[in-house]
Design a protein around this ligand. Structure first.
Ligand code: FE2
Ligand code: FE2
Length: 217
C-alpha cells in the first residue's frame, strides 16, 4: 500500500504554508530544530509507502509537520504532545481543515510521544511515532537530545538520556521501521558503550583520594 488517496490542490497549498509556519515556530524555540521535523516527514513517507495499512497523506504529512509544535514552548516540553494537540487544533481550524481530518492530525500530535502516556492506535499515529523515534536513534539523535537540557551534573543528564535512548528501538511499531533504524541503533549502542565507559572513569567525589595519595595518616 502506498497512500490511500492523492492530496487535493488546496491540501498541497495548506501543507506548504504549514511547512513555513513550522519552520518559523521551531527556529524561534531553543529546543527541537526544524530539520528534525522535516526528517520525521521523510521517514513517515518512507514507512507509509512500505506498510500494508492505508495511510491518509494529509493526516500523515500534517501530523509529521505539527508533531513537535508543542515543544516550541519549553515550559510545557514535558507534556508537549498534549499541549501541541491543542495548538494544532487551533492552527488547523484557522486554515479551514475539515473536522474529521483535523481530529486525526491532532491525535497524531498527541500520541507521537511516550510522554503523553497514550499509545498510538491508528496507522498514521503509529507511522509518526516510528518516524519520530527513528530520528532519535544514532549519534545525531543522541546529540539532539542533549540540546537545551539542564540538570544537576553532566553525568546525570547524560545517564538519564542514554537510558531512554537505549529503549527507543524496541518501541517501534512496524518491522519496516526496525529495518530502517537497525544500523542507527547499532551506531547508538557503540557510542553509548564508549560514553558510559568514560563516565565511569570520572570522579564523583574526592573522598578517599587523600588516603590513597598518602596525604593523611
Ligand atoms: Fe516530540
Ligand atoms: Fe519529534
Amino acid at each position: 500500500m502506498v497512500f490511500s488517496r492523492q492530496l487535493t490542490k488546496k491540501e498541497l497549498e495548506q501543507l506548504l504554508n504549514m511547512q513555513e509556519f513550522v519552520r518559523q515556530a521551531h527556529a524561534e524555540s531553543d529546543s527541537h530544530d526544524y530539520s528534525h521535523v522535516f526528517t520525521v516527514c521523510r521517514y513517515a513517507i518512507d514507512i507509509a509507502k512500505d506498510i500494508p495499512d492505508p495511510i491518509d497523506p494529509f493526516v500523515c504529512i500534517a501530523g509529521a509537520l505539527l508533531h513537535d509544535i508543542g515543544k516550541t514552548n519549553t515550559v510545557f516540553a514535558h507534556i508537549h504532545g498534549l499541549f501541541g494537540g491543542g495548538l494544532a487544533e487551533e492552527y488547523l481550524d484557522g486554515i479551514g481543515v475539515d473536522r474529521t481530518i483535523r481530529d486525526s492530525v491532532c491525535r497524531v500530535v498527541i500520541r507521537h510521544t511516550p510522554t503523553s502516556m497514550i499509545p498510538p492506535e491508528t496507522p498514521e499515529e503509529k507511522v509518526i511515532y516510528d518516524a519520530d523515534t527513528l530520528d532519535r536513534l544514532g549519534l545525531m539523535g543522541l546529540l539532539r537530545g542533549f540540546i537545551g537540557k539542564t540538570g544537576d551534573s553532566m553525568e546525570h543528564i547524560m545517564t538519564k538520556y542514554m537510558t531512554k535512548r537505549r529503549l527507543d528501538y524496541d518501541k517501534l511499531n512496524y518491522d519496516f521501521s526496525r529495518e530502517l533504524g537497525d544500523s542507527l541503533h547499532q551506531e547508538l549502542l557503540e557510542f553509548l558503550f564508549i560514553i558510559e565507559g568514560r563516565l565511569n572513569e570520572r570522579m564523583a567525589s574526592i573522598e578517599g583520594i587523600f588516603e590513597k595519595e598518602g596525604l593523611v595518616e
